[in-house]
Design a protein around this ligand. Sequence first.
Ligand code: AMP
Ligand code: MG
Length: 413
Amino acid sequence: MISLEEALSQILNAIHPLGLEKVNLLDTLGRVIGEDILASRPIPPKNNSAMDGYALCWEDTRGASREIPVILEVIEDIPAGSIPSKTVGKGQAVRIMTGAPVPEGADAVMRMEDTEKDGQQVRIFVEAAKGQDIRNAGEDVRKGEKVISRGDILRPAEIGMLAALGRSFISVYQRPLVAILATGDELVDVDENPSPWQIISSNSYALAAQILDCGATPLQIGIAKDTREDLTAKFKTALRADLIISSGGVSVGDYDLVKDIMKEVGNRMQFWQVAMRPGKPLAFGAMNNIPLFGLPGNPVSSMVSFEQFVRPSILKLMGHRNLFRRTVRALLKEPIDKKKGTRHFIRARITFEDGRYRVVSTGEQGSGILKSMVKANGLIVLPEETTSVKVGETVMVQLIDQSLVQTDQLEYL
Ligand code: AMP
Ligand code: MG
């Protein structure tokens, strides 16, 4: 037996981030950036107006009021995008639109509402403060400032910033191609017509979806029969992937063919009994230096093992710094007994009520009960040494989806 920590640390030590590729700005959403972004220009590039109004010298407006307005000569009109041609001098103003560059000489903008146009002149009804309603060049971003760091995840805000800096091609970590091979004579694909004793290879799809959920690309290798020839041939077709996952055939007492073939086609293969439940059997090694995972075949074991071992590995391949799902502490709503010596992952429903997380298991916990995953949004993680937990005790729950982040109510109202 090997502990989960030990297995995970050996796995992650063997996984290294993939290379970088340059992609179109909009294809970077959710990806990890592979370069530091230093601003090539200030934002805004020039002082510009924050209001529609008049650019003027603030000192000219001293003493201005509704009753005794200051009268200035309007020397130019500057819509957004046009370049001022004149310098604003004493007693002068230019009509200016939001976003338009503030002309030389002007040091304040007076909003339209506090003015009245009269031919070539404008009446100013209030005093201006120095710099008012001017957005200064570089007030958002200084030229040369580092705005995004290598390793950051690109969200809509970062994409906006990259666009603002004129960057339409960005270097990001590659998305791994992850091969999935289901193994088992009893398996058929989803569109085949199964005889009553055949099983549809749901793992092929659950795993593919888990891979997509990581931001990686699944590659279906298909279903291998439990024969030497078919397993060898199918494993070899996985060689163009960046990571290979098989399911089935690694348990104790299993027909050992999958393990035998993995030993032949793979290198540094380890066949572990991890002190966890579900997901005790686990194979890990490489094939032509491509990391290779042999996951257990039971649908829940396959998914839970993926969560604990494969997901962090894929995220590491993709350059992510944060490899793990968040774990929160929750009040248990029902008692749970377990065997000492293994870490249990109990499929559970976690909710946030009255300012606290509360959690209940999703029922029958057999490793073939896929429904226990369908109902779950978290995994209660019970440590090796624990034998029982009571109602009201605090347990760790690993969150496995976004259900606690999204809600049906606008909660701030
Ligand atoms: P194994 O690990 O190959 O002994 O499989 C354990 C159990 O998981 C058996 O009941 C299999 O039928 C089932 N199983 C194996 N692979 C799959 C799969 N791809 N999809 C659904 N069930 C599977
Ligand atoms: Mg099998």
